[in-house]
Design a protein. Structure first.
Length: 485
């Protein structure tokens, strides 16, 4: 299997003048991308104490320099640690301690020292490059991604070149994008989703267009029109923002958009159906996966009978359900979702116990089951289940009906100790209401009582200004528990 870097160099040979990436007013072809990657490779190899296998921390920004440095470090045999340029110093220093980098690129905040290389003077190194450059092996570490996670504790996930090549192959096979596609990328590239889209597009020989974010909707739609964009990716929060700000404007491009990929956070079946109705001819897909097992399952929104699921296993991916003792469970039995495939990370930077079951099935920590048609039904993170008198309650079971109550903009539920000492835990609901909403906790409880069993009803409520979430929109329940403590 070819690595992403090998694909890029192949495209530079077969289609040298084709546009690879546009960023603002800058535009580069595949041959120019290859040339600058080789310049960056030479830069890294000129650093004192350089040796293949070392790590380099890099501020992950959506610009051309990041691309050159990212792939150039790979070509130099280095493992890239891409992190948000706005990462706080405490997190940065912990990551720096964990990976002991050869170099830190692009940071200038207090306590976060780094260098900013200028690649233009390095073109003299190009004459020293081999005519046929050597590519890293599939088993070498390409990236170390630190999860933001819902627990607040970052884990370093080493991904090999083979892992990333397999993920690209699986994703492109499912989405069915072609080299003729033009993709707009407005996601951050410091996380698995956005960074993965860079790899997928460039390995596929597509044109990739960087956009800072979805906030400037006028610029977003202008770019879609002027550049002939045929696909893009977004998280549910971005879709909700677009709806709020522009209504059904996206439908204006119904004949132009071939695909949209969504992921990283929850989207209700009703929202999926609404988007499917809006874009009846666009391939609308949502993935399920983790940093450790990128895009392991997919759902197509026009498969309307299964919108309450996360779809089926991605190509070349095996998903099974196990109980807590490591025994594989039959269809329709709830247990831990476990994944096996060439795209799955082999270990963590700091080894953890019980990461895999037999035959290398990665334990996701998600509770759910697989039905007779192969569709995967997720219920909750296992650690987030609320134990009410021995009965397990998934927070989403309460949050979904809460979000359908007029006046509630957002919410999250957690388990807290039962003050009576009888049930072990009871449900507490944190609620963000609309500014003009005239609603009380009593009214909320009455509406929920018609939809939920009594033990699932919140015993405690709290108004809050915002629900803490990761950059990709996942609820950070640990922060709510901390506030409750």
């Amino acid at each position: 299997m070819l690595t992403v870097e090998q694909h890029i160099f192949r495209h530079a040979s077969t289609h040298p003048d084709k546009t690879a990436v546009k960023s603002g007013k800058e535009c580069i072809s595949y041959s120019q991308l290859q040339e600058n990657i080789l310049c960056a490779k030479a830069f890294f190899e000129s650093i004192p104490d350089y040796s293949p296998g070392r790590a380099v921390i890099m501020a992950a920004n959506k610009n051309l320099e990041f691309l050159y440095l990212y792939f150039g470090a790979h070509m130099a045999g280095l493992a890239v640690v891409p992190i948000d340029s706005e990462t706080n110093p405490t997190r940065f220093q912990q990551i720096q301690k964990d990976v002991e980098p050869l170099s830190v690129i692009g940071f200038s905040h207090a306590g976060m020292t780094g260098t900013t290389p200028h690649l233009s003077p390095l073109t003299t190194h190009l004459s020293q490059q081999q005519a046929a450059p050597t590519f890293p092996s599939e088993d070498a570490i390409a990236d170390i991604l630190f999860t933001t996670g819902t627990t607040g504790i970052p884990k370093g996930v080493p991904l090999t070149f083979g892992n990333e090549a397999a993920a690209v192959s699986n994703i492109n096979a499912y989405i069915q994008n072609t080299p003729d596609d033009i993709e707009l990328l407005a996601l951050p590239v410091s996380h698995s989703f956005g960074l993965g889209r860079i790899r997928c597009c460039l390995a596929n020989g597509q044109t990739l267009i960087f956009l800072n974010s979805f906030v400037n909707t006028k610029k977003l739609f202008r770019t879609i029109e002027e550049e002939g964009v045929t696909g893009f990716t977004m998280v549910p929060a971005s879709w909700r923002f677009l709806q709020k700000m522009t209504g059904n404007r996206l439908a204006d491009y119904v004949s132009q958009l071939r695909y949209i990929e969504m992921g990283s956070a929850y989207l209700s079946a009703e929202e999926k159906q609404e988007l499917a109705n809006l874009l009846p001819h666009t391939r609308l897909v949502m993935h399920y996966g983790l940093t450790e097992a990128s895009r392991s399952a997919f759902l197509e929104f026009h498969d309307t009978a299964h919108l309450h699921t996360v779809g089926k296993a991605a190509p070349n991916t095996d998903i099974q359900v196990y109980d807590e003792n490591g025994q594989r469970l039959p269809l329709n039995a709830d247990g831990e979702i476990c994944i096996r495939g060439a795209h799955v990370a082999h270990h963590y930077l700091r080894p953890l116990e019980d990461t895999f079951f037999d035959s290398n099935y990665f334990r996701t920590g998600d509770l759910g089951h697989i039905d007779a048609e192969g569709y995967i039904h997720l219920k909750s993170r296992i650690k987030e289940l609320i134990n009410v008198g021995g009965k397990k309650v998934a927070p989403t079971e309460i949050e979904e009906p809460l979000l359908h109550i007029p006046g509630i903009r957002d919410c999250a539920c957690i388990g807290v100790p039962d003050s009576n000492g009888i049930l072990g835990e009871v449900v507490k609901a944190f609620i963000v209401k609309d500014a003009d909403a005239d609603i009380t906790f009593e009214a909320i409880g009455q509406m929920l009582s018609t939809q939920l069993e009594g033990y699932k009803l919140p015993v405690l409520y709290e108004w809050t200004d915002a629900i803490p979430r990761t950059a990709n929109g996942k609820i950070q329940r640990n922060l709510l528990k901390h506030d409750t403590d």
